[in-house]
Structures are given as structure tokens and as C-alpha cells.
Design a protein around this ligand. Structure first.
Ligand code: IFM
Length: 439
């Protein structure tokens, strides 16, 4: 037998205490989030269908957490709805705060480590009336909101995500105009990125200050969509250039500023934000696939380029139900690269898919978990993995069509049905290991 031959199955065992779970966000699952800007946007008919009762998770959270336990999870990521906590400016809703305390207690009682996100795309309507994230005052407002939340939840929560996918938020809401306020303005978008960064930094300091004597100390991160930009046409220098500059804007504007306190791309913007320096305890990695960049000259929109985030047919052998690229290899590369770039722990805060066929969903999850195992073998310090999503839910402008859940939701009856992919994923969560090859 030569060295290449395997004697049996080759399992990778994850580090002890590895976090295994799934993720949701308030607006996508809770239902009746009537004070948020997204609700108003939906009522104005700007989406395929409104979120309405969604999964009624606001009332059914305990039964949903029972399912997570049944599926072997030991962690759960969810978000707090700012518009519930502060429905009007400076009016704090104690019942809503008490609700989230109950949510966190319910998680802890079930042995699920809470991972709490403070902002996941939605903002209160009163904030939107003041100019939303374009108004510099948002930074103080967000810090005040963080204070309220940490006062209530601080003693129960260790893992905090300040803002979910800041750059996707900007792209959807301020460049593509597919979410409130529906802007398509690059200059405005840059302002919003800066405010999101400052708000993250302010929130980071509030959380650490409030939990000063806690043991263990809180860990605060952002959940960043890391899309792995690749040139559409590898042979075309302008596509390669556009892909590089997109990486510098989409990935580095945020990450350089919250690690180094400064970011600059000549001709685009230069920021010095000293208070944001070293405000990242871990990077939350949201990963769905590669995005292919094509150079299209369109002055005014983007610095000399408009990035076509379409998916190049010849380069994408496998796609999801939404037409997104599937690439566990790129996931491996991202984890290794970001560990090298940042020297910080990585927490996979989202990874998952919508497929028409659940067997393909499982294949997606399995191959990404295997890629993560290989990245850990290659030196990436990954501390957990949250599958997106626990439940089918409201997929923003797409409505309820795309189903990302490892648990199916029948929206007419609100019944939950665990999918086979959820059961297979449970095996990994329970055993804390994955079969790499040699089955
Ligand atoms: O549903 C979204 C989530 O809100 C943010 N990350 C990507 C998911 C799938 O599109």
C-alpha cells in the first residue's frame, strides 16, 4: 500500500467548544415589525410581497429554539429590532427589552450560546425621517441604542455583532435602491459607509465599557459579507483592475478602518477614524459564493467603473436557486486569507443556500463545512459556524420565495418541518467532526 492510499475514513474533529448553530434576523422572522423603515417600504408596495407575520417567531421563539436543540446546535445567532426597542426617538419600550431578555434566557436555558446582532438591515422609521444613515447623528443614536440593549442583556451575552453586512446594506439601500430609502448615489453611499463604521466603533466602545468587569469579556465583531471578488474575464486587465478596486472598496474600506483606523483609495475617499482603530475582536464571515466583476466605464457611479456583479456563465459551473455562484474552494481561500490579513478569530456568522432540491442544500452545507475544516488545518482560526438559516424566512426584496431554512415553514399554518439537510447538519453539530474523505 503506498502513502496515497487511505486506510479508512478521514474525519476532521473541530476544536473543543466550537460553536455550531444557525442564524436568523429579526425582520425576516419575527413578524409585524411595524415601526421599521422596511415595513414602511413594504407597505408602499416596493417589494414582491410584504413581510407581514413572517414566521411569527416573535411569539414562537421558544419552540423554534427547541428545534435548534433537537438539531444538535449549541449556539444561535439572532438580531434585536431597534425599532421595537426605540419606536420613537428616545422613547424606550421596556416590554420589547424584556422580550429580548426572555429570548436570551430561553437560549441559555437550552444550552445555546447567544450571538446577538444589533443592526440587520432595518432601522426605525423615526431615524429614516431624520435622514437615516446619511445623517451623522446616527452614530450617537446607535451608541445610545447599544447602551440600552447592553444594560438589559449584557450579563447574558458574550458574542456581539454590531452591524450585519454593512457593505451589502449600503449596496442594496444606497446604490441599487432595492431597500429603503431606495437611493442610487455613490457619494451618499460613501457617507453611509463612514457612518456605519463610526457607529460600529461607538457601539464597540459602549459594549466593552458596559461589560468592563465581566468574565469572560465580551467579543464584538461585524458580520461582513466576504464575496471573493474575481474578474469576469481573467484575460482582460480592466476586469482584473476593477475586481481589485472593488475589493479595496467593498472589503477594505470597512476592515482597514476598524483595524487600522484609516483607509484611503485615491480619487475615492480617505478616512482617518482613530476611534475605530482596533475595534474588532473577531470577524463575522458571511459567505455565499464568488462575485464576478466586469469593467464597464460609467463615470460618476463608481470610480471609473461600474461593477457588474452578475455571474459569468462560463465560470460558474454550479449555481443556487437564486443563480448565485457555489464555490466551497473560494470559502476555503477566504478563511485562510482573512486569517492572514487580520490575525483575528473568525466566526462564520452566515453560510447556507436556497436550492430547489434539499439534497443540494445539504451538499452545499457539507462541502462548505469540509472547506472550513481544511481552512482550520491550514491555520485559519475559526471559532464557530452558523448556518443561514434556521427557518425559511422573508428574503427582503425577493419576498418569501427563496427558502434558505434547514427547517421548512408553512406560512399558512406556521408549522415547522425539519428538512433532511437539517438532520444531516445535526450529525456534524453533535459529533463536532466532519468526514473529509474515505467514506
Ligand atoms: O437573507 C440574507 C440575510 O439577511 C443577510 N445575508 C444574506 C442572506 C441571504 O440572502
Amino acid at each position: 500500500m503506498n502513502n496515497e492510499q487511505r486506510t479508512g475514513p478521514n474525519y476532521f474533529t473541530f476544536p473543543q467548544g466550537f460553536l455550531w448553530g444557525s442564524a436568523t434576523s429579526a425582520h425576516q422572522v419575527e413578524g409585524n415589525n411595524v415601526r421599521s423603515d422596511w415595513w414602511a417600504w413594504e407597505q408602499a408596495g416596493r417589494v414582491k410581497e410584504p413581510s407581514g407575520l413572517a414566521c411569527d417567531h416573535y411569539r414562537r421563539f421558544a419552540q423554534d429554539f427547541d428545534l435548534a436543540v433537537e438539531l444538535g446546535h449549541n449556539a444561535h445567532r439572532f438580531s434585536i429590532e431597534w425599532a421595537r426597542i426605540e419606536p420613537e426617538e428616545s422613547q424606550w419600550d421596556d416590554e420589547a427589552l424584556a422580550h429580548y431578555v426572555e429570548v436570551v434566557r430561553a437560549l441559555r436555558a437550552r444550552g445555546l450560546e447567544p450571538i446577538v446582532t444589533l443592526h440587520h438591515y432595518t432601522s426605525p422609521q423615526w431615524l429614516a425621517r431624520q435622514g437615516g444613515w446619511t445623517n451623522p447623528k446616527v452614530v450617537d443614536r446607535f451608541a445610545r441604542y447599544t447602551e440600552k440593549v447592553v444594560d438589559a442583556l449584557g450579563e447574558f451575552v458574550r458574542y456581539w455583532v454590531s452591524i450585519n453586512e454593512p457593505m451589502v446594506y449600503v449596496r442594496m439601500h444606497y446604490l441599487q435602491g432595492v431597500g429603503p430609502p431606495g437611493e442610487k448615489d455613490f457619494a451618499q453611499a460613501l457617507r453611509v459607509i463612514e457612518h456605519l463604521i463610526r457607529a460600529h466603533a461607538a457601539s464597540y466602545h459602549v459594549l466593552h465599557e458596559a461589560c468592563r468587569g465581566h468574565d469572560p469579556q465580551p467579543l464584538v465583531g461585524v458580520a461582513h459579507l466576504v464575496p471573493a471578488f474575481r474578474p469576469c474575464r481573467r484575460w482582460w486587465p480592466m476586469d482584473r483592475w476593477a475586481s481589485g478596486i472593488t475589493d479595496r472598496i467593498f472589503n477594505r474600506a470597512l476592515l482597514d478602518t476598524i483595524t487600522e483606523g484609516r483607509w484611503s483609495v485615491p480619487g475615492v475617499a480617505t478616512w482617518n477614524v482613530p476611534e475605530a482603530k482596533a475595534t474588532l475582536d473577531f470577524l463575522g464571515v458571511n459567505f455565499y459564493g464568488r462575485q464576478f466583476i466586469r469593467w464597464i466605464p460609467m463615470p460618476g457611479q463608481w470610480p471609473g467603473v461600474t461593477c457588474d456583479l452578475g455571474h459569468h456563465p462560463r465560470q460558474v459551473p454550479e449555481r443556487t436557486g437564486l443563480g448565485w455562484d457555489v464555490s466551497p474552494e473560494a470559502f476555503f481561500e477566504v478563511l485562510v486569507e482573512y486569517r492572514r490579513r487580520l490575525r483575528l478569530p473568525l466566526l462564520v456568522t452566515e453560510n447556507g443556500t436556497y436550492m430547489l432540491d434539499d439534497a443540494r442544500r445539504w451538499s452545499f452545507i457539507l462541502r462548505h463545512v469540509q472547506a472550513m475544516a481544511r481552512a482550520i488545518q491550514a491555520g485559519a482560526h475559526v471559532i464557530g459556524y452558523c448556518c443561514w438559516s434556521l427557518l425559511d424566512n422573508f428574503e427582503w426584496a425577493e419576498g418569501f420565495g427563496p427558502r434558505f431554512g434547514i427547517v421548512e415553514v408553512d406560512y399558512a399554518t406556521q408549522q415547522r418541518l425539519v428538512r433532511e439537510s437539517g438532520r444531516c447538519y445535526a450529525e456534524i453539530c453533535r459529533s463536532n467532526r466532519v468526514l473529509l474523505d474515505g467514506a
